[in-house]
Write a protein that binds this ligand. Structure first.
Ligand SMILES: C[S@@+](CC[C@H](N)C(=O)[O-])C[C@H]1O[C@@H](n2cnc3c(N)ncnc32)[C@H](O)[C@@H]1O
Length: 251
């Protein structure tokens, strides 16, 4: 491994624990209590991608919100190709490219843009779309799920924090015109944190309930939609259903 790359990587902490070719691992700036979130999501992603893993080189991957590229590089390490990461923050793009170079992942590229403007990039639909840790940072989550569907050729994974669910009937103009509630969103304020590495870029965030996420995924056209079961020893948020990984397929 190029000593200059190694030096650039070692001089700071990262969001993820990257395994480097020299056998070392990067330090993570996440508190120890939260570090398990990545490993659990990776295991759930591997489980969901199992049907494609016999010949992964035949399947392309689009990683929406690729951050420092960890999930893109994990997909590449599983053999998927090509892999494209989309990420609005310039510093993350630079970090992801540095990491891809360090691990020699030539089949991975990173494009600086956001999901709302993906149409202005040269990104093409991919067999697998990953949308991990993004949905609950967006003010237009339904549009984002539609975009994930529009760019998906086979299988889409959406991992998100979820809020409480509400069901029942709602008066819709009159008590005579009641409608069943299909789902609900929780609104969270990140307007003071838009500078943050992991935060929303706009600040107004809508987190769906798990049932709402599944309902919207079906409505935009995914089939065989469901939740991936978390591992029994996984991160507490996944074990307790506070974060979920949903999978949807193209018809
Ligand atoms: C919590 S991090 C998740 C990163 C990675 N996908 C993961 O699951 O570990 C949220 C990421 O979404 C990116 N992001 C924020 N707003 C976005 C948008 N509108 N479109 C695409 N990415 C966005 C952030 O820059 C950040 O990298």
């Amino acid at each position: 491994m190029d000593p200059k790359l190694k030096q650039a990587i070692d001089q700071r902490d990262w969001f993820y624990r990257f395994e480097l070719p020299d056998g070392s691992t990067t330090r993570s700036y996440l508190p120890e209590s939260a570090e398990q979130v990545h490993d659990t999501r990776l295991r759930m992603m591997q489980q969901a991608l199992e049907p494609l893993r016999a010949q992964p080189e035949q399947f392309s991957v689009l990683d929406l919100a690729s951050h420092q590229g960890w999930f893109s590089l994990q997909a590449a390490a599983l053999g998927f190709a090509p892999v494209t990461g989309l990420e609005p923050r310039a510093s993350h793009i630079a970090d992801a490219r540095l990491m891809a170079e360090a691990v020699g992942a030539g089949q991975v590229r990173f494009v600086q843009s956001d999901i709302e403007h993906i149409g202005g990039t040269d990104i093409e639909p991919a067999d697998v779309v990953l949308m991990l840790g993004l949905l609950y940072h967006l003010e237009n989550p339904v549009a984002a799920i539609r975009t994930a569907h529009a760019y998906c050729k086979r299988l889409c994974l959406i991992e998100t924090q979820v809020g409480p669910h509400l069901s029942g009937m709602l008066d819709w103009g009159s008590y005579e015109f009641v409608r069943p509630i299909q789902g609900c969103f929780t609104v969270i304020d990140e307007t003071e944190e838009t500078h943050g590495n992991e935060a929303s870029t706009e600040g107004i965030c809508l987190a769906p309930s798990a049932e709402t996420l599944l309902w919207i995924m079906r409505k935009v056209g995914f089939v065989d939609v469901g939740l991936v079961a978390p591992p029994a020893d996984g991160y507490e948020q996944h074990r307790h259903g506070k974060r979920v990984l949903a999978v949807g397929h193209m018809p």
